[in-house]
Design a protein around this ligand. Structure first.
Ligand code: ADP
Length: 257
């Protein structure tokens, strides 16, 4: 096992039944490692398997075949309870839609993962987490009293309060305007550079991907390519070619009318 990798997928496949027709192969024997203290973006056309890869890597979905190893622990043999504990202790998650509880203040939202784990949140640690995301003065505010970008930063503080080994982000800027997106992406970048926070982010936005150390490209459930520290323009150009390849393959397979 490569100990320098926070997450490793080996020959991971995941199919979904799709009515009467053939099952959809969302992931097709994907092998990939994510080095510790690095920031990876996962890109690909819609339906290419990005969310499925993230869900399998984060122990939210179980592959049909292959191995997933998170922080040195193989997920396959774990019971549901063990998997839940592993997610709680070692994984942080942020979503496009923030998923804050509207009746709770920013501080209460940030402390929630600790409460759910049966520990009393240390107010100083909660304040520190909020300060880290630039919201030290906003602890008493409700989500409705904050902008989208601020709410996402609260969600990041909530994901980091348990000091996870890996932070997974599923389209974290998908619901934000470009200025809030920039703030959130700069924060994610700073967490990697300043604290070595291993981060894996699914995005369809080349600008968001350009904040990562490595951008991997999926198409049809398979890894197609990767770029290191690319510019947004390089990412966009690679995506355009990938989409053209996919369209060509579909028409070649008789998919077009
Ligand atoms: P992406 O995130 O790149 O848009 P997904 O991982 O969501 O791709 O989906 C990959 C493929 O698997 C798509 O064809 C999608 O329709 C299918 N798929 C994903 N989740 C499910 C599900 N729960 N049930 C059936 N099909 C699914």
């Amino acid at each position: 096992m490569q100990n320098d990798q926070a997450v490793r997928l080996e020959q991971v496949s995941r199919s979904y039944a799709s009515g009467s027709s053939q099952a959809v192969r969302a992931l097709d024997e994907v092998t990939i490692g994510f080095e510790r203290t690095t920031f990876t973006a996962i890109m690909g056309p819609s339906g290419s398997g990005k969310s499925t890869l993230l869900q399998c890597a984060a122990g939210l979905d179980r592959p049909d075949a292959g191995r997933v190893v998170v922080d040195g622990v193989e997920l396959g043999p774990l019971s549901e309870k063990q998997l839940t504990e592993l997610r709680r202790d070692r994984i942080g998650f942020i979503f496009q839609s923030f998923n804050l509880l509207g009746a709770l203040t920013a501080e209460q939202n940030v402390g929630l993962p600790l409460r759910l784990a049966g520990t009393r949140p240390d107010p100083a640690a909660v304040r520190e987490a909020l300060t880290q995301v630039g919201l030290g003065q906003r602890g008493g505010h409700l989500p409705t009293q904050m902008s989208g970008g601020q709410q996402q930063r609260v969600a990041i503080a909530r994901a980091l309060i348990t000091r996870p080994k890996v932070l997974f982000a599923d389209e974290p800027t998908g619901a934000l305007d470009s200025s809030s997106s920039r703030t959130v992406l700069e924060l994610l970048r700073a967490l990697v550079d300043g604290q070595g926070q291993t981060t894996i982010m699914v995005t369809h936005d080349p600008v968001a991907a350009s904040y990562a150390d490595r951008v991997v490209f999926l198409a049809d459930g398979r890894l197609m390519d990767e770029l290191h520290r690319p510019t947004a323009q390089q990412v966009a150009e690679r995506m355009t070619r990938l989409e053209a390849d996919v369209a060509r393959a579909m028409s070649g397979a008789g998919g077009a009318a």
